[in-house]
Design a protein around this ligand. Sequence first.
Ligand SMILES: Nc1ncnc2c1ncn2[C@@H]1O[C@H](COP(=O)(O)OP(=O)(O)OP(=O)(O)O)[C@@H](O)[C@H]1O
Length: 241
Amino acid sequence: MLTLEGVQVNFGGVQALKSASFFVAEGESIGLVGPNGAGKTTLFNVISGVVRPTAGRLDFRGASLLKLPEWKRARLGIGRSFQIPRPFGHCTVRENLLVAQRFGAGKKDPGRIDEILDILNLRDKADRDATTELALTEHKALEVGKALATEPSLLLLDEVLAGLETSSKRAFMERLAAVRDRYRLAMVIIEHDIATIATLCPRVLVLNFGQIIADGSPDAVFRDPEVIRSYTGETTLAEAS
Ligand SMILES: Nc1ncnc2c1ncn2[C@@H]1O[C@H](COP(=O)(O)OP(=O)(O)OP(=O)(O)O)[C@@H](O)[C@H]1O
């Protein structure tokens, strides 16, 4: 579905992505982890069209995305959330979803919006002010909802669970699994909590200094000495503790 090959991004003297290469299959759920500054958000920005890579190949369903603006990528089926929830100023939850749908899917489909409100447990908040009247989990659910309203087939979620307690994270992951199954989505999820990632993603990619250094099952990846070193500076967890 999505192929990145040798993707490189330079911001002046900073090399945010050195040479990122990986493939996402239709319907796959992948966790994306890596230390702070590894390049995870930049990778999402490249895929969604916010940032243009300096070099590399980026194909979606067999065609290059490189020359397409953000809105065209959204119409092709690439949806994303942002690290910091940004509801449209003083609009209701439902209005936020309608605006996202208009932008991303280029149409008005109130039935789908109702369905999204239900699946994300936001139905009774639909007419609340999204800026001032939502709890943290609801903000995060709305962020996912806005991405879903664009009718993606590939959903990129940037730390949507950050700041939640472990039990809320688990509940949120269950909701994401329901979303994925309902809409038959492929998902890439940036999340620091490995145990949480493992509940939804049979495959994990580890990014460090702008390169994928591991790609496999959560167990295999987190036993990989290079991964342990990238997080702790040590080669074994025993040494690190
Ligand atoms: N617009 C920008 N201009 C200059 N440097 C940038 C820009 N965006 C990102 N960077 C730099 O690129 C590198 C990768 O940043 P990025 O935000 O992609 O990392 P990350 O893995 O998402 O980090 P975190 O886990 O802290 O969110 C960092 O060194 C960052 O400071």
